[in-house]
Design a protein around this ligand. Structure first.
Ligand SMILES: NC(=O)c1ccc[n+]([C@@H]2O[C@H](COP(=O)([O-])OP(=O)(O)OC[C@H]3O[C@@H](n4cnc5c(N)ncnc54)[C@H](O)[C@@H]3O)[C@@H](O)[C@H]2O)c1
Length: 368
């Protein structure tokens, strides 16, 4: 087991949403010295912990410069979080997204190995699964059609299946394709040249310091902007498809990512999510309730309906749990410390996100 305590760690993309939570955890709970490398394209300097070292650098440019930084600060472990994570951008600017999410990630991995770093964690995404080859929803009609691939309404008997790592990799976007390519690079890198890297296939996250107009910030903004416009206690939220998503609290993501870098196997991919989740319309109702509205009506906005949809994304963490012993009972039996157990509930994660938004005068960072 690698021990990530009181050592120097680099977080590439550490000014972003998930990266900044990771930096906080490494400094405050693990006693690490942290080097943040970021070009601040979506991250913010003010998100970076005051005790972290900050180096402005674009990972698509010089691999040699990155290697130099890792050597200069004597970095032992690297977390590779820098990416363009907002999927719609990959529809509009696929090459730009692929350059950062694929070439940039490879630069980070190569630079870390060349600098002699002991372990690298590359953050991947559940988006690599696409529709999971139709296995995430089963119905006679979809089976006959070979799975969902359009945005049409479906009358399926819903039998959601959580995704394990052996589910087919069938990305729907350039974002997912670039992430999948890096996953393969991690796997091949270990076989070919013993690159000490692990890929973490992350499902959706939620928490303070969101950096893009994902579904949770979108719902919060819509509701906040209606204060006073509608009858008391009543709001309308206009959304796209009512798909199912698995949400993990960003602070839990950070802790588990560190545990995985300590205990995971190089060259392997691991899923991480809450293993639960919600349909998006129910999410809107929950957020509305937490924001003080008893009556939350959801309407479908045709402009928000995607031309295709991934109807159900839910993680099966079995492989990760086997590596980390997350389960409390198993912990006791094995005599090891309990890791992140239990996880922060979705309700609590949403409360913290709403509080953060309100503390920031009802603005997200991209709106400033
Ligand atoms: N947020 C989620 O729900 C989620 C889910 C699955 C996977 N992920 C993955 O987790 C990682 C972090 O996502 P996030 O939500 O924190 O996004 P984010 O945009 O907040 O963070 C990405 C960081 O990388 C930086 N960056 C982007 N391009 C760069 C470049 N060329 N050079 C240097 N820095 C660059 C940005 O400035 C930002 O600080 C990404 O790899 C993303 O694909 C996120």
């Amino acid at each position: 087991m690698r021990n990530i305590r009181n050592c120097t760690v680099a977080v590439v993309g550490g000014a972003g949403f998930l990266g900044s939570h990771l930096v906080d955890h490494l400094i405050e709970d693990r006693g690490c010295k942290v080097l943040v490398v970021d070009n601040l394209i979506s991250g913010r300097r003010e998100f970076v912990h005051k005790d972290a070292i900050f180096e402005h650098h674009d990972i698509t440019t010089s691999e040699g410069h990155l290697k130099g930084l890792f050597k200069l600060y004597d970095v032992k472990h690297v977390f590779s979080y820098a990416a363009h994570p907002y999927i719609p951008l990959s529809f509009e600017r696929p090459k730009y997204v692929a350059e950062t999410n694929f070439i940039g990630a490879i630069n980070v991995i190569n630079a870390a190995q060349e600098a002699g770093c002991e372990a690298i964690l590359q953050v991947s995404s559940a988006e690599i699964y696409g529709d999971g080859n139709g296995v995430t929803w089963e119905s006679p009609s979809t089976k006959a059609k070979g799975g969902y691939s359009s945005g049409e309404e479906h009358d399926a008997v819903e039998v959601p299946v959580a995704l394990a790592e052996d589910a087919p990799v069938r990305p729907h976007s350039t974002y997912g394709a670039a992430k999948a390519a890096v996953d393969y690079y991690v796997q091949c890198g270990w076989r070919e040249r013993k690159t000490p890297c692990i890929a973490l296939r992350q499902f959706n996250c939620v928490g303070p310091r969101e950096t893009h107009p994902y579904i949770v910030p979108e719902i919060i903004s819509q509701i906040a902007k209606q204060d006073g416009d509608y009858p008391p206690n009543s709001v309308v939220v206009r959304l796209g498809n009512n798909s199912f998503r698995d949400f993990l609290y960003a602070g839990d993501q950070a802790k588990i990512a560190v545990e995985l870098l300590e205990r995971g196997k190089f060259g392997e991919v691991y899923n991480l999510g809450s293993e639960t989740g919600t349909k998006i319309y129910d999410l809107a109702k929950l957020i509305g309730k937490l924001m003080g509205f008893a009556d939350v009506r959801v309407e479908q906005d045709p402009k928000r309906v995607r031309p295709w949809e991934i109807w159900h994304l839910q993680s099966d963490n079995t492989k990760l749990e086997a590596a980390l012993w997350i389960d409390g009972k198993e912990q006791k039996e094995k005599g090891k410390d309990c890791l992140v157990h239990p996880l922060t509930t979705l309700e609590e994660a949403l409360k913290r996100t709403i509080a953060y938004y309100r503390e920031n005068n009802n603005q997200w960072c991209w709106e400033k």
